[in-house]
Design a protein around this ligand. Structure first.
Ligand SMILES: Nc1ncnc2c1ncn2[C@@H]1O[C@H](COP(=O)(O)OP(=O)(O)OP(=O)(O)O)[C@@H](O)[C@H]1O
Ligand SMILES: [Mg+2]
Length: 221
């Protein structure tokens, strides 16, 4: 009795954690059997290689770790989380709300490759994560679209304007721009549902976005 899996995806600082949390609460209030998971699973030792990577221990530029290598760090972290934390919930009919998933590899690793290699990478990635490793495939991926100029501002606020607190992805404006193009490509190619979180050059309210997200999810579960 396989459950449902809904993924909340988006670029850095787009509101994934905020929306995943709200969505989970709203589903709970509807009496649904729901569990929120978030990636990377920083509380688990399975995130060690991701921490080393983001901390710059393999090189301080995101491009110093090739997309296939970086993808495996994130994939094994998800595998560990699946096996130890949410496989049973999911396999007995529960709903999983995921703040990031395999789809984050799609966005953040495609951005390291030239566009003509994206399809080949994506094919490899999903074969690896779903078919070979055996992670569940999402029933819906919802992409929270925020222009990078606006999400950058939110992120800086969160870090109290201290750039030193940013990881190697967050620090690189060029990398972020490329990620934005990769995300738009993936959303289209992989049929993600895009929610535009910006209106009149500013973020829509958290509740407004949540209403749209909640309706979209109710149609899927
Ligand atoms: N609609 C919104 N309007 C204004 N601020 C928001 C909105 N949604 C989220 N925020 C704020 O923006 C910041 C980033 O939000 P959040 O942590 O949910 O994003 P995220 O996508 O999970 O970020 P990251 O990619 O870094 O994990 C937080 O400080 C949050 O409170
Ligand atoms: Mg987050």
């Amino acid at each position: 009795m396989k459950g449902k899996m809904i993924v909340i995806e988006g670029l850095d600082g787009s509101g994934k954690a905020t929306q995943a949390e709200l969505l989970t609460k709203r589903l709970e209030n509807e009496g649904k059997k729901v569990m929120k998971v978030s990636f990377p699973d920083y509380d688990s030792p399975s995130s060690s290689l991701i921490k080393m990577y983001l901390d710059g221990q393999f090189g301080t530029d995101p491009d110093s770790v090739n997309p296939y290598a970086a993808s495996t760090f994130y994939a094994v972290d998800r595998y560990a989380s699946y096996k130890t934390k949410w496989a049973e919930h999911y396999n007995t009919g529960g709903i999983i709300i995921a703040d990031r998933y395999t789809t984050s590899n799609a966005i953040h690793q495609c951005s390291k490759l030239p566009k003509e290699m994206w399809d080949e990478y994506l094919e490899w990635l999903f074969e690896f994560e779903y078919s070979k490793i055996g992670l569940p495939t999402p029933d819906e991926v919802i992409y929270l679209y925020v222009e990078t100029s606006i999400s950058q501002e939110l992120m800086m606020k969160r870090y109290g304007n201290d750039k030193k607190k940013m990881d190697i992805h967050e620090k690189s404006a060029d990398y972020l721009k490329r990620s934005e193009a990769a995300a738009a490509y993936c959303a289209d190619r992989l049929n993600w549902l895009t929610i535009n979180c910006v209106e009149n050059n500013a973020m829509r309210s958290i509740d407004d976005i949540s209403d749209e997200l909640f309706s979209a999810v109710l149609r899927k579960i």
